[in-house]
Design a binder for this molecule. Structure first.
Ligand code: GTP
Ligand code: MG
Length: 243
């Protein structure tokens, strides 16, 4: 074999198999989306088209990677949970991460025109990703709760911030007014100054979105769903990809 002298280089490749019998969570996050959302004039604080584009990418992910049992998304990020028993790419971390992030990014660009028919993509959007294994359903629930609490805190702040800015305050003034305020105070501010009842804003903005297959093993899904059962922003995975 002509190349046999060089085959030793393979010994530098490291094993990166993920821990067996653990939930694999891949979290994908838009890279520089602060700038991307400005450059593409997303509505503030929430752009329904952009969120629905993310949801459609997530639906395509569940279709493409059948081991994903549940997905939760907010803003420019989406978390994908693979079943504990998954043997996808022999649980090789680099394979799982690179292929899922690559697929998600491609679908985002591919479906852009469906959600923003009158807005040309100015440059290619791209995403980063990380993969973490969680050993129990309790920790997995806490992971999802963590992401959802983040969604709530950011969304409530952003709703107040942009209401103040749209009413004529400078960004600095809005920031200073909100500094140190608690949840209840922010709700009061919205209600009294802007007649906005925070709790009646769209659930997708307040709680994020979920995607799951209704035919997946009930036990696995119900364990994961508990922290989100009140969420009305759920998206059921109806497989109807048109390409
Ligand atoms: P990196 O992820 O570190 O590259 O930074 P990033 O610029 O993507 O910011 P980050 O992921 O922390 O936060 C996402 C950002 O995307 C938000 O801060 C917003 O600026 C923007 N974004 C996401 N969703 C929306 C939306 O619906 N409307 C608007 N206007 N902006 C959004
Ligand atoms: Mg980001």
């Amino acid at each position: 074999m002509a190349n046999s002298n060089y085959e030793y280089v393979k010994s530098f490749e490291v094993e990166d198999r993920l821990m067996p019998s653990t939930w694999i969570v891949v979290r994908i996050d838009g890279c520089h989306f602060h700038r991307f959302s400005e450059d593409h004039e997303f509505d503030k604080p929430n752009d329904e088209r952009a969120l629905n584009l993310m949801n459609s990418c997530a639906m395509a992910m569940l279709e493409e990677f059948p081991d994903i049992v549940f997905a939760y998304g907010v803003s420019d990020e989406y978390s994908f949970i693979l079943k504990k028993t998954s043997q996808l790419y022999e649980r090789r971390a680099s394979k799982i991460l690179s292929l899922t992030v690559s697929f998600f990014s491609s679908v985002y660009g591919f479906m852009w025109k469906e959600f923003f028919p009158n807005k040309k993509l100015k440059y290619p959007p791209y995403f980063d990703g990380r993969v973490v294994c969680y050993p129990s359903a309790k920790i997995l629930q806490d992971y999802l709760a963590w992401r959802q609490v983040d969604c709530h805190i950011n969304n409530q702040y952003n709703t107040c911030f942009w209401a103040l800015v749209k009413s004529g305050k400078s960004k600095m003034e809005a920031h200073n007014l909100l500094k140190g305020t608690q949840t209840q105070e922010k709700n009061e501010l919205l209600f009294q100054q802007f007649s906005i009842n925070y709790n009646t804003l769209p659930a997708m903005f307040r709680k994020g979105s979920c995607v799951f297959k209704d035919k997946t093993s009930v036990q696995e899904v119900s364990l994961v769903l508990d922290p989100l059962t009140t969420g009305k922003g759920r998206r059921y995975c109806e497989v109807q990809r048109g390409w």
